[in-house]
Design a protein around this ligand. Structure first.
Ligand SMILES: Cc1ncc(COP(=O)(O)O)c(C=O)c1O
Length: 337
């Protein structure tokens, strides 16, 4: 990013490419991390006792049903390694989170991408049909990155019933906190009831801790014990553990952030509608556009100091501050002429 800014001679970029929270962590989190810095000569608590306890209370599950790691990215990679390997395959939607094919390749498994349906949602029937004797894991990104679409709760239930018991389903809920559509529910009740389901969550988005790398999986204790064999010890670092525990103490302020995000999402979507640009109605902190030339449009916006992400057929813009969203819409209007 600094390089882009230098090249363009622009020093106030609108960084709307990585679905980060545009706001800093809560001040109490910054303070807690600052206090904890003086102890980083020690290794972190490998059991992440306090974090796991807070999460267990927060989610109403048992502590051994939680598996923390260095972001959910790391948990996805560890999971892919635990269940994958040559001769196995992984099924995921396309386009969906880029980490699924990366983790699949790291594990030496084969990738089985399944195109989204015409409404930019997971095509669950096609995903079920893609499962064969080699499939060991299926990724369900709910809501989906980069389209922001949800799989409704009844459809998730039917899908989980139909997937064979020996195939693991990873339900990635990185954007769960942002959802305002009540047809969406967390799959955590399934994860603690079924051996072959795990839910992944992150502190990188609404909690604003992307730079610290902290996420967690929820599932049955035996399933998590099996998956975490492939995780490097001390993955959840000491500062991240402290920050995550502190961040969970302010549910009212979190709710304000969620409301602010929903307002920003609405601002972007109504701006796009006014410009006549095709987009998918989003339940996340980003919006997907479907221009003819996503990389070309991304480059034109970048030249105006607005950094967004081209991902296959999608141009994805993260919900920023009100001013950043306005800047994106103004730059887009200018590019589209
Ligand atoms: C769907 C999805 N899952 C997981 C992650 C990774 O989050 P983390 O920062 O916890 O690795 C992201 C980040 O963009 C994401 O979009």
């Amino acid at each position: 990013m600094a390089q882009v800014a230098r090249e363009l001679g622009i020093d106030d970029l609108a960084k709307l490419a990585s679905n980060e929270c545009p706001l800093p962590p809560f001040p109490e989190v910054v303070e807690a991390v600052a206090t904890a810095v003086s102890s980083i000569n020690r290794y972190p608590d490998n059991s992440a006792h306090e974090l796991v306890g807070s999460l267990a209370r927060h989610l109403d599950v048992a502590p051994d049903q939680i598996w923390p790691g260095a972001g959910s990215t790391q948990l996805i990679a560890a999971t892919a390694l635990a269940v994958g390997g040559p001769g196995t395959s992984a099924v995921f939607a396309d386009p969906s989170f880029v980490m699924y094919p990366i983790a699949t390749r790291i594990a030496g498994s084969s990738e089985v991408p399944v195109p989204l349906d015409g409404a930019h949602r997971h095509d669950l029937d096609a995903m079920l049909a893609a499962i064969d004797g080699t499939t060991t894991v299926v990724y369900l990104c709910n809501p989906n990155n980069p389209t922001g679409t949800i799989v409704e709760t009844g459809a998730v239930d039917r899908f989980l019933d139909a997937v064979p018991d020996d195939v693991l389903v990873v339900v990635d809920e990185a954007y769960h906190e942002y959802v305002t559509d009540d047809r969406h529910r967390s799959a955590i009740p399934h994860a603690v009831a079924r051996d072959n389901v795990v839910v992944m969550r992150t502190f990188s988005k609404v909690y604003g801790l992307a730079g610290l790398r902290i996420g967690y999986a929820v599932g049955r204790a035996e399933s998590l014990a099996w998956l975490r064999r492939t995780q490097v010890p001390f993955s959840a670092n000491a500062l991240a553990q402290v920050a995550a525990v502190e961040a969970m103490r302010y549910p009212d302020r979190l709710a304000e952030r969620v409301a602010g995000n929903a307002a920003g999402r609405e601002q972007i979507e109504s701006g796009l509608a006014a410009l006549g640009v095709e987009y998918a109605s989003s339940q996340t902190n980003f919006v997907a556009l479907f221009p003819e030339d996503p990389p070309g449009l991304a480059a034109a916006l970048e030249n105006r100091g607005v950094i967004v992400r081209a991902l296959g057929p999608v141009l994805r813009v993260t919900v920023g501050t009100r001013a950043e969203n306005d800047r994106f819409l103004a730059a887009l209007a200018e590019v589209l002429g």
